[in-house]
Design a binder for this molecule. Sequence first.
Ligand code: KG4
Ligand code: ZN
Length: 368
Amino acid sequence: MLVLGIETSCDETSASVVENGTSVLSNVIATSKEAFAASGGVIPESAARKQVECILPVITQALSDAHITSKNIDAIAVTKGPGLLGSLLVGTTTARVLSSIWEKPLIGVHHTLGHLTSTWLRNDQSPNPNHQGSSNAQCPMPKFPLITLSVSGGHTELWYRESHTKGILLGETRDDAAGEAFDKGASLLGLPYPGGPSIEKAAQDGDPTAYKFPLPLKEDHMLDFSFSGLKTALKYLLQSGHQRSAAQNFVVGAGGGGQNSSEEPLVLRDIAASYQHAIGRHLIDRLQHAYQQYPDACEVHIVGGVSANAHLRKLLLQTIPNMPARFPLSLAYCTDNAAMIAAAGFFMIQEKTTNASAAFETEASPVA
Ligand code: KG4
Ligand code: ZN
């Protein structure tokens, strides 16, 4: 079964053709992120205008990369929310029109379900030379039940899942999302949006133990998350000492030497590394608790934009080496993409949680 996926929940415009929920035949992603580097976040109106311009070329490219025409498509899956309202409307309106003209069933997919499904994606048949990731046809498929941590700019959720569409929400963030903590932290540090990749880059060769950050919800055995304290700690660190509140006052080259002395100049790479480390420790601490509470889980998955973070992956391996952990096979499947939406649409049909009708609500969420 071939599903055309369409994803426009934030600043990306993406279309993808996926066969049987796993095999990615094409995955085209156009982004306007660079336009928002200086503004510290997405400007919804600008993002939606860009999406209006590129949605049809992106869909055409996805069909062409997959070497198919609209006649070969069995269904269309589109992100129905949550996300930016204008952006969502570009995707859902286009999908409704195509579904009507091409006479194909339409499935509205929750964005988080897309992320949860991203660990099923394989790009073994991809003819798209721009694909990141390896040929991974041989990688065994995940087995349920499993625990999935979904960490993006808009949400942070921990799930125990019995199937693609059945599960229990074990915990979620009480304030900022993990990606938001990176984005707001980057803004405080004077680094460009999106904050995750900026902080990761700035943290290269930095000392993750140079500055101490608290471990959020340390004594709390609920499986929730909280990132606002880390952001505040970063703010106070930057305000501390020698009125070093502006990024240009950082010493970029020198090492911090592992101390937190008010006499020492703040070192950007050490602060970035320590802040990134603190976010990673909190995520892994919650995962560890969840895995202890649900030992029947076959695997633990980490998905969403923040799962692209190399330090998080390394830290997880070091902290809980025996936990069977899995990340999306390509970095392109961590951040927003239409392949995960197409795959989720397929599994919704397979698990009969949709009647594949056009009747779904577009759900908007506050600006990330
Ligand atoms: O899943 P995603 O593309 O979009 C949402 O659904 O929000 O996630 C975007 C978030 C942003 O906050 C971004 O800063 C973060 O993921 N992100 C990262 C990395 N790449 C993207 N965070 C940490 N390290 C990264 N390499
Ligand atoms: Zn997302």
